[in-house]
Design a protein around this ligand. Structure first.
Ligand code: NAD
Length: 233
Protein backbone atom coordinates (compact mmCIF):
# COMPACT_ATOMS: atom_id res chain seq x y z
CA UNK A 1 0.00 0.00 0.00
CA UNK A 2 1.27 3.52 -0.82
CA UNK A 3 1.55 5.11 2.60
CA UNK A 4 2.46 8.75 2.97
CA UNK A 5 4.11 9.74 6.25
CA UNK A 6 3.79 13.27 7.56
CA UNK A 7 6.54 13.90 10.10
CA UNK A 8 6.21 17.30 11.71
CA UNK A 9 8.14 19.37 14.25
CA UNK A 10 7.83 22.63 16.10
CA UNK A 11 7.93 24.66 12.84
CA UNK A 12 4.48 23.34 11.90
CA UNK A 13 2.96 25.13 14.88
CA UNK A 14 5.18 28.23 14.78
CA UNK A 15 2.66 30.26 12.78
CA UNK A 16 -0.02 29.37 15.33
CA UNK A 17 2.02 31.26 17.90
CA UNK A 18 3.73 28.35 19.63
CA UNK A 19 7.41 29.04 19.91
CA UNK A 20 9.91 26.56 18.53
CA UNK A 21 12.77 25.44 20.71
CA UNK A 22 15.67 26.22 18.49
CA UNK A 23 14.71 29.14 16.30
CA UNK A 24 15.86 32.57 17.29
CA UNK A 25 13.63 33.71 20.13
CA UNK A 26 12.69 30.09 20.80
CA UNK A 27 12.14 28.69 24.24
CA UNK A 28 15.65 27.40 24.66
CA UNK A 29 17.08 30.92 24.65
CA UNK A 30 15.11 31.62 27.81
CA UNK A 31 15.61 28.33 29.62
CA UNK A 32 18.51 25.95 29.81
CA UNK A 33 17.17 22.94 27.97
CA UNK A 34 18.93 20.50 30.29
CA UNK A 35 17.19 22.14 33.27
CA UNK A 36 13.65 21.78 31.94
CA UNK A 37 13.73 18.96 29.38
CA UNK A 38 16.05 16.32 30.77
CA UNK A 39 15.85 13.53 33.29
CA UNK A 40 18.78 15.04 35.20
CA UNK A 41 17.12 18.46 35.32
CA UNK A 42 13.89 16.87 36.59
CA UNK A 43 15.80 15.05 39.34
CA UNK A 44 17.59 18.30 40.27
CA UNK A 45 14.50 20.51 40.39
CA UNK A 46 11.19 18.72 39.96
CA UNK A 47 9.06 21.79 40.66
CA UNK A 48 10.81 23.93 38.03
CA UNK A 49 10.05 21.31 35.35
CA UNK A 50 6.41 20.82 36.43
CA UNK A 51 5.95 24.62 36.38
CA UNK A 52 7.58 24.84 32.94
CA UNK A 53 5.10 22.35 31.45
CA UNK A 54 2.22 23.98 33.31
CA UNK A 55 3.10 27.23 31.56
CA UNK A 56 3.37 25.50 28.16
CA UNK A 57 -0.02 23.81 28.71
CA UNK A 58 -1.73 27.05 29.74
CA UNK A 59 -0.18 28.80 26.72
CA UNK A 60 -1.79 26.21 24.43
CA UNK A 61 -5.38 27.01 25.43
CA UNK A 62 -5.97 29.85 22.97
CA UNK A 63 -3.84 28.54 20.10
CA UNK A 64 -5.52 27.58 16.86
CA UNK A 65 -4.39 25.33 14.01
CA UNK A 66 -3.02 27.01 10.90
CA UNK A 67 -3.41 26.22 7.19
CA UNK A 68 -0.63 23.61 7.31
CA UNK A 69 -2.33 21.62 10.10
CA UNK A 70 -5.58 21.88 8.13
CA UNK A 71 -3.88 20.70 4.92
CA UNK A 72 -2.77 17.51 6.72
CA UNK A 73 -6.27 17.03 8.18
CA UNK A 74 -7.88 17.47 4.74
CA UNK A 75 -5.54 14.93 3.15
CA UNK A 76 -6.20 12.50 5.97
CA UNK A 77 -9.95 12.79 5.30
CA UNK A 78 -9.42 12.39 1.57
CA UNK A 79 -7.03 9.41 1.84
CA UNK A 80 -7.83 7.83 5.23
CA UNK A 81 -5.96 4.59 4.54
CA UNK A 82 -2.83 6.22 3.20
CA UNK A 83 -1.80 9.04 5.52
CA UNK A 84 0.32 8.33 8.60
CA UNK A 85 0.50 11.33 10.89
CA UNK A 86 3.60 11.37 13.09
CA UNK A 87 4.59 14.46 15.05
CA UNK A 88 7.34 15.51 17.43
CA UNK A 89 4.98 18.21 18.68
CA UNK A 90 3.41 17.95 22.08
CA UNK A 91 0.66 20.45 21.25
CA UNK A 92 -2.85 19.42 20.13
CA UNK A 93 -3.20 21.55 16.99
CA UNK A 94 -3.30 18.63 14.55
CA UNK A 95 -6.24 17.21 16.51
CA UNK A 96 -7.88 20.65 16.68
CA UNK A 97 -7.57 20.81 12.87
CA UNK A 98 -9.52 17.56 12.62
CA UNK A 99 -6.71 14.99 12.35
CA UNK A 100 -7.31 11.57 13.84
CA UNK A 101 -4.81 8.94 14.95
CA UNK A 102 -1.99 11.41 15.45
CA UNK A 103 1.09 9.64 16.78
CA UNK A 104 2.84 11.96 19.24
CA UNK A 105 6.42 10.73 19.29
CA UNK A 106 7.35 12.93 22.25
CA UNK A 107 4.13 12.89 24.25
CA UNK A 108 1.25 15.30 24.79
CA UNK A 109 1.12 18.48 26.86
CA UNK A 110 -2.55 18.06 27.76
CA UNK A 111 -1.87 14.79 29.58
CA UNK A 112 -0.09 13.81 32.76
CA UNK A 113 1.20 10.38 33.78
CA UNK A 114 1.43 8.67 37.15
CA UNK A 115 5.01 7.70 37.92
CA UNK A 116 3.81 4.79 40.07
CA UNK A 117 1.11 3.02 38.02
CA UNK A 118 1.58 4.62 34.59
CA UNK A 119 -2.03 5.86 34.38
CA UNK A 120 -2.32 8.64 31.80
CA UNK A 121 -4.86 11.38 32.60
CA UNK A 122 -6.07 14.06 30.21
CA UNK A 123 -6.11 17.36 32.14
CA UNK A 124 -6.68 19.67 29.18
CA UNK A 125 -5.14 23.08 29.88
CA UNK A 126 -5.23 22.81 33.67
CA UNK A 127 -2.29 22.96 36.02
CA UNK A 128 -0.93 19.68 37.31
CA UNK A 129 -1.46 21.24 40.77
CA UNK A 130 -5.21 20.74 40.26
CA UNK A 131 -4.56 16.98 40.03
CA UNK A 132 -2.56 16.20 43.15
CA UNK A 133 -3.43 12.49 43.19
CA UNK A 134 -3.51 9.77 40.56
CA UNK A 135 -7.14 8.79 39.83
CA UNK A 136 -6.08 5.16 39.59
CA UNK A 137 -3.67 4.43 42.45
CA UNK A 138 -4.08 7.56 44.57
CA UNK A 139 -0.37 8.28 44.77
CA UNK A 140 0.95 11.83 44.63
CA UNK A 141 3.69 11.38 42.02
CA UNK A 142 2.33 12.53 38.70
CA UNK A 143 4.27 14.37 36.01
CA UNK A 144 3.98 15.82 32.52
CA UNK A 145 3.38 13.26 29.74
CA UNK A 146 6.27 14.56 27.64
CA UNK A 147 9.40 12.62 26.76
CA UNK A 148 12.55 14.22 28.20
CA UNK A 149 16.17 13.87 27.10
CA UNK A 150 17.49 10.70 28.71
CA UNK A 151 14.18 8.85 28.31
CA UNK A 152 13.07 6.37 25.71
CA UNK A 153 10.43 7.63 23.29
CA UNK A 154 7.81 4.85 23.23
CA UNK A 155 6.69 5.40 19.63
CA UNK A 156 10.04 5.30 17.83
CA UNK A 157 9.33 1.68 16.95
CA UNK A 158 6.11 2.84 15.23
CA UNK A 159 8.13 5.45 13.36
CA UNK A 160 10.52 2.86 11.94
CA UNK A 161 7.71 0.42 11.17
CA UNK A 162 5.85 3.18 9.33
CA UNK A 163 8.97 4.11 7.35
CA UNK A 164 9.47 0.51 6.28
CA UNK A 165 5.93 0.55 4.91
CA UNK A 166 5.94 4.01 3.33
CA UNK A 167 6.29 5.25 -0.22
CA UNK A 168 6.42 8.97 0.57
CA UNK A 169 7.73 11.09 3.43
CA UNK A 170 6.77 14.72 4.06
CA UNK A 171 8.91 16.43 6.71
CA UNK A 172 7.63 19.79 7.98
CA UNK A 173 9.23 22.18 10.47
CA UNK A 174 12.00 20.25 12.17
CA UNK A 175 15.65 21.17 12.58
CA UNK A 176 16.65 17.51 12.50
CA UNK A 177 18.59 17.75 15.73
CA UNK A 178 16.40 15.27 17.55
CA UNK A 179 15.41 12.98 14.66
CA UNK A 180 17.71 12.23 11.67
CA UNK A 181 15.10 13.07 9.05
CA UNK A 182 17.63 12.94 6.20
CA UNK A 183 18.23 9.26 7.02
CA UNK A 184 14.49 8.63 6.87
CA UNK A 185 14.33 10.14 3.38
CA UNK A 186 16.36 7.15 2.16
CA UNK A 187 13.56 4.75 3.05
CA UNK A 188 10.98 6.12 0.60
CA UNK A 189 10.43 6.63 -3.13
CA UNK A 190 9.69 10.34 -2.77
CA UNK A 191 10.63 12.67 0.10
CA UNK A 192 9.75 16.32 0.69
CA UNK A 193 11.38 18.69 3.20
CA UNK A 194 9.78 21.96 4.27
CA UNK A 195 11.67 24.20 6.68
CA UNK A 196 12.24 27.90 6.93
CA UNK A 197 15.91 27.58 6.13
CA UNK A 198 18.74 25.06 5.55
CA UNK A 199 20.22 23.33 8.62
CA UNK A 200 23.68 21.80 8.86
CA UNK A 201 22.11 18.73 10.51
CA UNK A 202 19.91 17.97 7.49
CA UNK A 203 21.55 16.71 4.31
CA UNK A 204 19.15 17.31 1.46
CA UNK A 205 20.50 14.93 -1.26
CA UNK A 206 17.89 12.26 -0.55
CA UNK A 207 14.96 14.66 -0.61
CA UNK A 208 13.24 14.93 -3.99
CA UNK A 209 11.78 18.31 -3.15
CA UNK A 210 13.02 20.92 -0.67
CA UNK A 211 10.81 23.90 0.14
CA UNK A 212 12.30 26.67 2.28
CA UNK A 213 9.18 28.64 3.17
CA UNK A 214 6.65 29.05 5.94
CA UNK A 215 4.60 25.88 6.36
CA UNK A 216 1.36 27.72 5.58
CA UNK A 217 2.86 28.98 2.31
CA UNK A 218 4.23 25.56 1.38
CA UNK A 219 0.96 23.79 2.29
CA UNK A 220 -0.84 24.08 -1.10
CA UNK A 221 2.24 22.81 -2.95
CA UNK A 222 2.66 19.91 -0.54
CA UNK A 223 -1.03 19.00 -0.84
CA UNK A 224 -0.69 18.96 -4.62
CA UNK A 225 2.40 16.69 -4.48
CA UNK A 226 0.59 14.23 -2.20
CA UNK A 227 -2.61 14.24 -4.30
CA UNK A 228 -0.65 13.63 -7.50
CA UNK A 229 1.34 10.84 -5.85
CA UNK A 230 -1.68 9.06 -4.37
CA UNK A 231 -3.79 9.72 -7.45
CA UNK A 232 -1.22 7.97 -9.69
CA UNK A 233 -0.47 5.04 -7.40
P1 NAD B 1 13.14 22.85 16.39
O1 NAD B 1 12.71 23.99 17.23
O2 NAD B 1 14.45 22.22 16.65
O3 NAD B 1 13.19 23.32 14.87
C1 NAD B 1 12.14 24.07 14.30
C2 NAD B 1 12.22 23.95 12.80
O4 NAD B 1 11.06 24.52 12.23
C3 NAD B 1 13.41 24.64 12.16
O5 NAD B 1 13.95 23.73 11.24
C4 NAD B 1 12.82 25.82 11.39
O6 NAD B 1 13.44 26.03 10.13
C5 NAD B 1 11.43 25.35 11.15
N1 NAD B 1 10.42 26.40 11.11
C6 NAD B 1 10.25 27.45 11.95
N2 NAD B 1 9.16 28.14 11.61
C7 NAD B 1 8.64 27.52 10.53
C8 NAD B 1 7.51 27.76 9.72
N3 NAD B 1 6.69 28.78 9.93
N4 NAD B 1 7.27 26.92 8.68
C9 NAD B 1 8.09 25.87 8.42
N5 NAD B 1 9.18 25.59 9.18
C10 NAD B 1 9.44 26.40 10.21
O7 NAD B 1 11.98 21.80 16.43
P2 NAD B 1 11.98 20.21 16.38
O8 NAD B 1 12.89 19.73 15.32
O9 NAD B 1 10.55 19.84 16.35
O10 NAD B 1 12.64 19.69 17.74
C11 NAD B 1 12.40 20.28 18.98
C12 NAD B 1 11.73 19.39 20.01
O11 NAD B 1 10.98 20.30 20.82
C13 NAD B 1 10.74 18.38 19.51
O12 NAD B 1 11.08 17.17 20.05
C14 NAD B 1 9.37 18.82 20.05
O13 NAD B 1 8.76 17.79 20.80
C15 NAD B 1 9.63 19.92 21.02
N6 NAD B 1 8.80 21.15 20.81
C16 NAD B 1 7.49 21.01 20.50
C17 NAD B 1 6.71 22.15 20.30
C18 NAD B 1 5.26 21.97 19.96
O14 NAD B 1 4.66 20.97 20.37
N7 NAD B 1 4.65 22.88 19.18
C19 NAD B 1 7.27 23.42 20.42
C20 NAD B 1 8.62 23.51 20.77
C21 NAD B 1 9.37 22.36 20.95
Amino acid sequence: MSKVIFLSGAGLSAESGIRTFRDFGGLWHEYDVMDVCSVQGFKRNRQLVLDFYDARRADLADKEPNAAHKMIADLQKEFPDHIVNLTQNVDNLLEKAGCTEVIHLHGELTKIVCEQCGRITDIGYQSIKEHPQCVNCGCKKQRHFVVMFGEEAPHYRTLYQSLADAAMLIVIGTSGQVLPVDEYAKYVRYAVLNNLEPHPEIRTEDFNKVIYAKATEAAPQIAEIVRQFLGNR
